[in-house]
Design a protein around this ligand. Structure first.
Ligand SMILES: *[C@@H]1O[C@H](CO)[C@@H](O)[C@H](O)[C@H]1NC(C)=O
Ligand SMILES: *[C@@H]1O[C@H](CO)[C@@H](O)[C@H](O)[C@H]1NC(C)=O
Ligand SMILES: *[C@@H]1O[C@H](CO)[C@@H](O)[C@H](O)[C@H]1NC(C)=O
Length: 439
């Protein structure tokens, strides 16, 4: 009876949605080289959203993308209906992989998110800094494969691990969003699970579009990462810098002794117009309490600096642009100019370049006007960095505006970040991936 039902349903499903879900390939017969997710910037929240297909029958689930979150979590309280939902039993291999040390009972079930003898994790809304406890579970996830140039066929992972969040945890996320897709460095982050499911290279890349109308992209697996108009393979022109592990969790709630799942890099100094900005550089290393250092975030809309770094950068930038008259600052920014006094170039307004100097003086991440300046209103451009106060956990948080139209590849096997700097130089953008599927 049950199998008959699912067979007719599947048939109906395939007939009705041939475009959305064209033949889901069996993982045994087709081995994708890479996978991809489209990413769109939400205009009202500026969150970066993606969509993944989950559950049986498969439905699209809209999610906020978070580079630093530890795993996928989805609201299981409202509308979670799936015939393939499986809670993770206490002390199972799944709980072990997820590093869960919490085992529990639930009194209002059984239902998705509420079962006895299951292990739990702490799903977190990283926008509002709220977290809760939720059941670890498995369900089917389906995602597009890619050859690096176009989307390919859809492939599925039958037992994808995720955590059940609660409806209240969605507050502050963009409209229609049902959870957070975590790309963090854990064994159950999206990159690790996809790499394990399809024996992909343990690498992924993000390319955020600056437009709210055109998709950027996340690739799981190795390049090529081709962008129009010239089908230029960006994976071939990256600069590399080591990734660092912060020994202390930076998540809202965590188990004792847990490492941070976020991606840290080793900024050694900051230069403006090739001149070093003076500040206390001991803020740039991570101490034994996990304080300090530089991380990358897709949740913070702008780069956030420790007050003493912020003041030094703003002053140096102001001096370097002394000839351009300033206009009153527009919060949250502290330094603004009239756009008509600045003009424009291929890589944005012609302002002093800001270099994040990495492992040595020859390796730096150069931030041009398109990434350093923010158009806050007609004719007003502000330096897009914000003051993080005198006691931030992390001294430099490189925010999303500074990442747009830059491709970043996180290589988990070799512990390194590959970065492209502004794609505008190569006459492309992160919204130039060809999302038309190959016939
Ligand atoms: C879990 O077990 C308790 C008894 O220990 C029971 O009262 C409860 O209904 C059970 N919950 C579920 C979801 O099975
Ligand atoms: C630099 O910062 C570190 C860490 O915050 C602090 O311990 C040290 O005293 C500071 N040094 C100076 C010269 O301000
Ligand atoms: C995008 O890909 C499709 C499918 O391969 C192809 O037909 C189309 O010409 C490509 N578009 C561009 C602008 O190259």
């Amino acid at each position: 009876m049950a199998s008959h039902f699912s067979f007719t349903f599947l048939l109906f499903f395939c007939l009705l949605f041939p475009i959305i879900f064209p033949s889901i390939a069996k993982t045994s017969s087709f081995r994708p080289k890479a996978l991809l997710l489209p990413v769109i910037k939400d205009s009202s929240t500026t969150q970066y959203l993606t969509q993944i297909n989950q559950k049986t029958p498969l439905v699209p689930v809209k999610l906020t993308l978070d580079l630093g979150s530890e795993f996928l979590w989805v609201d299981c309280e409202q509308g979670y209906v799936s015939s393939t939902y499986k809670p993770a039993r206490c002390r199972s291999a799944q709980c072990n992989l997820a590093n869960s040390k919490a085992c529990g009972e639930c009194f209002s079930g059984p239902k998705p998110g509420c079962n006895n003898n299951t292990c739990s994790l702490f799903p977190s809304n990283t926008v509002t800094h709220t977290s809760t406890i939720g059941e670890l579970a498995q369900d089917v996830v389906a995602i597009r494969s890619t050859d690096g140039s176009n989307p390919g066929r859809v492939v599925s992972v039958p037992n994808f691990l995720f955590t059940c969040g609660s409806s209240f945890l969605l507050e502050g996320l963009a409209s229609g969003v049902k959870g957070i897709a975590g790309l963090g460095r854990t064994k159950i982050g999206l990159p690790s699970q996809f790499a394990a499911a399809f024996s992909l290279k343990r690498k992924f890349a993000i390319c955020l579009s600056s437009s709210t109308r055109a998709n950027g992209v996340v690739f799981f697996g190795d390049g090529p990462y081709m962008f129009l108009p010239n089908k230029f393979d960006i994976s071939k022109s990256l600069t590399y810098t080591p990734l660092f592990i912060n020994p202390v969790s930076t998540a809202g709630t965590s188990f004792e002794g847990e490492k941070s799942a976020e991606y840290f890099i080793g900024v050694k100094s900051i230069k403006i117009n090739e001149k070093a900005v003076r500040f206390n550089t001991s803020l740039l290393s991570i101490d034994s309490n996990g304080i300090g250092g530089t991380k990358i975030s897709t949740i913070d809309p702008y780069t956030v600096l420790h007050t003493s770094i912020y003041n030094a950068v703003v002053n140096a930038f102001m001096k370097a642009l002394a000839k351009v008259p300033r206009v009153p600052a527009v919060a949250p920014f502290g330094l603004c100019f009239r756009s008509s006094n600045l003009g424009s170039t291929r890589v944005g307004p012609p302002v002093p370049a800001i270099d994040l100097v990495l492992q040595n003086d020859k390796v730096f991440w150069r931030i041009f006007g398109a990434n350093s300046m923010v158009q806050v209103k007609k004719d007003v451009l502000c330096l897009g960095f914000v003051d993080g106060g005198v006691e931030p956990t992390t001294s430099i948080v490189i925010g999303a505006h500074q990442l747009e139209d830059n491709l970043l590849q996180f290589d988990l096997a070799y512990n390194r970040l590959g970065f492209s700097s502004s794609l505008l130089f190569t006459q492309t953008t992160c919204s130039n991936f060809n999302f038309t599927a190959n016939a």
